[in-house]
Write a protein that binds this ligand. Structure first.
Ligand code: FAD
Length: 618
């Protein structure tokens, strides 16, 4: 009885998953409510003030291509833009920005305050309404009932959250905020498969008490690269961050007190993120290293708080102070807020469909850290998909699913719902078998059209996309229509195969030592293409050949799924495997290549190496 509902879609939680979910549902036309503990913490960054990076930057671009918020908000608040991995190919370039925490929150709050079809509600959700085996809404802290036929839960680290610092235990969703208990009880009562995970954060430092003169500084890129395809330029002033290192004295203080770390005293059952280890973990696991890098990242333009990236910890406050003050530049530092670890409930994402709907309860969707992931970008990407699908469900439309071959979003969700997680999941470019095609630069070309068809892309974005798509298409056609023989090409000083075969400007553009300027010298007609179109087509032309090879590799993996792997295989002799993948393969000893592919964390690249090795042995 739809008339009885207050809203079509309710999103619980105003973090990174929640903001994208609410906005996406609203863009589909659904009458949406975002219900969160405090309107003033919408868009809060719980941990590091940074967005993007390797793999994560790709997710931000994909969210943006589907008209999501994260990229535009980061462009309005980024204070140190850097394009990571620039020395490698564009497929793995990772746009990243350090963010002014306050500016980001303000940008997100003002965006959502004026968003069409969206109502913001301040309340804590304690329970779900379930009627006739379907979702019927949620119940607030005071017992108020909010009715809707689809609900998206994005409660992050709040479900039965417990903060650990040394011997201290505080029930909290993050520092200073109450955990969500009732909702967690309800999810357990529904017999959903659940578990505990943990993550940690470092102390926050007073930048006025840091001796910056002793530190190496890392500057922003001279020309910041925006995240959003809709942003022309970055107007926020750019700053540098400091680089320092731990040293043997730091490690001694930590090692002498490691039994007092909440993580090492056995107080925490949940597993933490392997790729974001605490400083205790680093000192313990890599005992032979005598230093670890620490980035000192200012949290804002008019904020003296500094985030020391690399020393997350759950040691007692006095030990944190002691080890931090052994670090160069931090000898007299004042701690504004000590670091801590947090343990929380998550739901095994294998309980979800690829559309992020709970299989056992139609109308209920889960997104973000609640599904066992870590990171703002992973949360935002899932939020967008869950919100979109909640909106589609209300309209009676089938769920949108993203394929591994078209988006990192597809890789993320497929990994989650197929393999589940054994530790907080974060995105890496190595997780994507089609990564040469899934580049950050072409996210709009891969996804915006699909987003328009799915009803999640607004009119302004669709128009902008069509104009760009059209210019790229005409540019491509033009370059393919212009041609030279190798003999003619050599007159321009190009070193090309003298095989007599006429090649197009497009083909010549794929040569690593032929620049677009040289193409224009030979084909003046190409000079009319805009700078943006030139840059994009140069990347595309370069990748065209590699993409053919990549598709062949993927085809071969599919054909060889049943290839037997010898039981006694020496995995140390297989080239190109990371230590993590090698130890997983050694532990499982998969019988076939298909079996190896289903082991969580075994990347497509690792499978290609394994396949080649086993075939050589045959
Ligand atoms: P959150 O951003 O946590 O947002 C949850 C939202 O839901 C909040 O607004 C909350 O108020 C609201 N909420 C919760 N329960 C209810 C309820 N019952 N009713 C109404 N509203 C509710 N990520 C990394 O990538 N690297 C790290 O090193 C890292 N360290 C972290 C350390 C700490 C201490 C914490 C807390 C998080 C850390 N993260 C880290 C994780 C990162 O903050 C999250 O991955 C990301 O914020 C998850 O987004 P989310 O939207 O799922 O949840």
């Amino acid at each position: 009885m739809p008339g009885a509902f207050d809203f079509d879609v309710i999103v619980v939680g105003g973090g990174h998953a929640g903001c994208e979910a609410a906005a996406a549902a609203a863009r589909t036309g659904a009458n949406t409510a975002l219900i969160t503990h405090k309107l003033s913490t919408i868009g809060e960054m719980s941990c590091n003030p940074a967005i993007g990076g390797l793999g994560k930057g790709h997710l931000v671009r994909e969210i943006d291509a589907l008209d999501g918020l994260m990229g535009r908000m980061a462009d309005q608040s980024g204070i140190q833009f850097r394009l990571l991995n620039r020395s490698k190919g564009p497929a793995v370039w990772g746009p990243r920005a350090q963010i002014d925490r306050k500016l980001y929150r303000e940008a997100m709050q003002s965006e959502l305050a004026d968003y069409g079809n969206l109502t913001l509600v301040e309340d804590g959700v304690e329970d779900l309404i379930v009627e006739g085996g379907k979702t019927g809404g949620v119940v607030g802290q005071t017992g108020k009932r909010y009715r809707a036929s689809a609900v998206v839960i994005t409660t992050g680290t709040f479900l039965k959250g417990v903060i650990h610092r040394g011997e201290e235990r505080i029930e909290a969703g993050r520092i200073g905020e109450k955990p969500a208990i009732g909702l967690s009880d309800r999810l357990y009562a529904m017999d959903l498969p659940m578990g505990r995970l943990k993550t940690g954060t470092p102390a926050r430092l007073d930048g006025k008490t840091i001796d910056w003169s002793q530190l190496e500084l890392q500057r922003a890129d001279d020309e910041p690269t925006p995240f959003s395809f809709a942003s022309q330029r970055i107007g926020v002033p750019q700053i540098s961050c400091g680089i320092t290192f731990t040293n043997p004295e730091t490690h001694k203080v930590i090692a002498d007190n490691i039994h007092r770390s909440a993580v090492y005293s056995g107080a925490i059952a949940g597993r933490g993120p392997r790729y974001c280890p605490s400083i205790e973990d680093k000192v313990h696991r890599f005992a032979n290293k005598d230093r670890h890098q620490v980035f000192l990242e200012p949290e804002g333009l008019d904020d003296d708080t500094v985030y020391p990236n690399g020393i997350s910890t759950s040691l007692p406050t006095e030990i944190q102070e002691a080890f931090i003050r052994t670090i160069v530049g931090l000898e007299n530092v004042r701690i504004i807020q000590p670091g801590y670890a947090i343990e929380y409930d998550y739901v095994d994402p294998r309980a979800l469909t690829p559309g992020l709907q709970v299989k056992s309860l139609p109308g209920l969707f889960l997104a973000g850290q609640i599904n066992g992931t870590t990171g703002y970008e992973e949360a935002g990407a899932q939020g967008l998909v869950a919100g979109l699908n909640a909106g589609r469900l209300v309209r009676g439309e089938p769920a949108a699913v993203f394929d591994r071959a078209e988006a990192y979003i597809g890789v993320l969700i497929d990994d989650l719902v197929t393999h589940g997680v054994s530790e907080p999941y974060r995105m890496f470019t190595s997780r994507a078998e089609y990564r040469l095609a899934l580049r950050a630069d072409n996210a709009d070309q891969r996804l915006t059209n699909k987003g328009i068809d799915l009803g999640v892309v607004g009119g302004a974005r669709a128009k902008m996309f069509h104009v760009k798509h059209q210019s790229l298409e005409s540019g491509r056609q033009l370059l393919k229509s212009l041609a030279l023989t190798p003999n003619e090409a050599s007159k321009y000083g190009w070193k090309v195969n003298q095989d007599g075969q006429r090649r197009s400007a497009w083909d010549y553009l794929a040569y690593p030592d032929i620049s677009f300027e040289q193409i224009i010298a030979a084909f003046p007609e190409a000079g009319g293409l805009t700078e943006g179109v030139r840059r994009q087509l140069a990347i595309e032309a370069t990748y065209a050949g590699y993409l053919e090879r990549q598709n062949a590799d993927v085809e071969q993996l599919r054909r060889d799924e049943n290839l037997q792997i010898p039981e006694d295989l020496n995995y140390s002799a297989v080239g190109g495997l990371s230590n993590e993948v090698r130890s997983k393969l050694e532990a499982v000893r998969p019988a076939t290549l298909g079996h190896a592919a289903r082991i969580e964390g075994v990347t497509p690249g690792a499978l290609v190496s394994l396949l080649a090795h086993v075939k050589r042995r045959q």
